[in-house]
Design a protein around this ligand. Structure first.
Ligand SMILES: Cc1cc2nc3c(=O)[nH]c(=O)nc-3n(C[C@H](O)[C@H](O)[C@H](O)COP(=O)(O)OP(=O)(O)OC[C@H]3O[C@@H](n4cnc5c(N)ncnc54)[C@H](O)[C@@H]3O)c2cc1C
Length: 389
């Protein structure tokens, strides 16, 4: 299957990229396709736990060209976002193929890229990778981990606190997800909280300047070829009402990281130990980029040097939703940059059909869509991402 551009992933980053490709005249289907490993719409949001409500997430930025629907803030964010993304794909008739997990992207001798999947190989001239982090949970390793008789799970496996009732839970990690889950689990059972570093709290709203500073710092790292760091280490943790209530209950007493895991719990070298039934690893995620390994994009340091959204080692490859653009607003903006750059690098096949009617009032053009984004939205940053304690 020969094509101009393959977009991998249909979360915020992939769908925004698809919208900009279409808006800039690249033909859906003949010119570009979106390959998504999920079995339905929603990207990572599809998998988030029920108690993550629309009203308690940091803020979900609309996709370009179609506003987020008004929805009850008490509804699970995953339901609302999956419904919205699904409606978006239909409204703009986006060529999303799923479930199509990309196994590998390889350079070909003719200068094109082979995108290998169980559903066949697409041969592309450019690639927008928008695979997020959710499929790559990060589990640190500690001595004795395999001997633990209780249950170990990661944020990515968390469904609801009900399953922990009556059990002692050690929550590992000082990121936003760790703090949120600690706050809700500690309402119904006993907990111990451990983090590598002393958590840093910020009071009041996270303003636009702080957002810009956080994004700029992550950007600086990826421009230098370093791995993007945990954004929460730059922004600090917000004291939401639920977290403040946990503090008032005494649940936010933090211990330093344990030194080893025992069959019955966790232990420190100074002789302390805590019995545990469950260890919940809220230790963040890494960029899901294993399928790009044959392209040799990484530096010896392990990071990928980025120039804007394109990789320094291969201008055909754009990473959207990576590093500084790993938030719903960042992903949308990066998508526009990636499509702009690819259109200048590659002569892309123009769309043959007129855009379909769709969305609330039909597709907006990019100026309208950007106007819809509004000013000041940079205040929303990916504080939930990669909480590594
Ligand atoms: C608990 C939590 C809460 C968050 N809350 C917010 C928030 O309130 N606001 C905010 O802006 N950000 C938030 N974030 C960050 C959030 O994850 C991103 O903003 C957003 O989901 C990222 O979108 P994305 O398109 O980059 O990735 P994803 O939504 O992860 O989409 C990636 C897609 O790629 C697919 N995929 C992955 N690998 C492959 C492959 N090899 N082949 C094919 N398909 C593949 C996946 O199946 C998925 O559909 C939160 C993160 C977490 C963990």
């Amino acid at each position: 299957m020969d094509i101009d551009v393959v977009v991998i992933g249909a979360g915020q980053a992939g769908l925004s990229s698809a919208w900009f490709l279409r808006d800039r005249g690249v033909a859906p289907g003949d010119g570009f396709v979106v390959l998504d490993g999920n079995d339905g719409p929603g990207g990572a949001w599809r998998h988030r736990w029920d108690s993550l409500r629309l009203g308690t997430v940091h803020r979900i930025h609309p996709l370009p060209g179609m506003p987020l629907p008004d929805a009850d803030p008490d509804r699970p964010a995953r339901e609302v976002v999956a419904g919205y993304y699904g409606a978006y794909e239909r409204a703009f008739d986006l060529p999303v193929r799923r479930p199509v997990p990309v196994r590998a992207v390889r350079p070909r001798d003719d200068g094109r890229l082979a995108v290998e999947t169980p559903a066949g190989t697409w041969v592309a001239r450019g690639l927008i990778n928008a695979t997020g982090t959710w499929t790559r949970p990060f589990w640190p390793s500690y001595p004795g981990q395999a001997s633990f008789r209780g249950r170990q799970l990661h944020t990515a496996d968390y469904r609801s606190r009900g399953e922990f009732r009556g059990r002692h839970v050690v929550v590992v990690g000082g990121g936003a997800s760790g703090v949120q889950l600690l706050a809700e689990i500690s309402e119904i059972t006993t907990t111990t909280w451990v983090t590598r570093r002393e958590p840093v709290w910020h009071d009041g709203p996270f303003d636009e300047d702080a957002g810009r500073a956080a994004v700029a710092r992550v950007e600086q790292r990826v421009r230098a070829g370093l791995r993007p760091e945990s954004v929460v280490s730059v922004t600090g943790l917000g004291l939401t009402p639920a977290v403040a209530a946990a503090r008032d209950r005494g649940a936010l007493v933090r211990l330093p990281m344990f030194d080893r895991i025992t069959p019955a719990g966790v232990a420190w070298d100074d002789g302390r130990s805590v019995r545990a039934d469950v260890i919940l690893w809220c230790t963040g995620f890494r960029a899901a980029l294993d399928h790009l390994a044959p392209l040799h994009l990484r530096e010896p340091s392990g990071g990928i040097t980025m120039i804007g959204t394109r990789t320094a080692r291969d201008p055909r490859i754009h990473l959207v939703g990576y590093g500084p653009s790993a938030s719903t607003i960042g992903a949308t903006r990066a998508a526009r940059t990636a499509v702009h750059d690819l259109r200048h690098l590659l002569p892309l096949a123009p769309a043959r059909a007129a855009p379909p009617p769709g969305g609330r009032t039909g597709p907006m053009n990019s100026e309208e869509a950007l106007a819809m984004e509004g000013a000041g939205a940079l205040g929303e940053v990916p504080r939930d991402r990669a909480p590594t304690g």
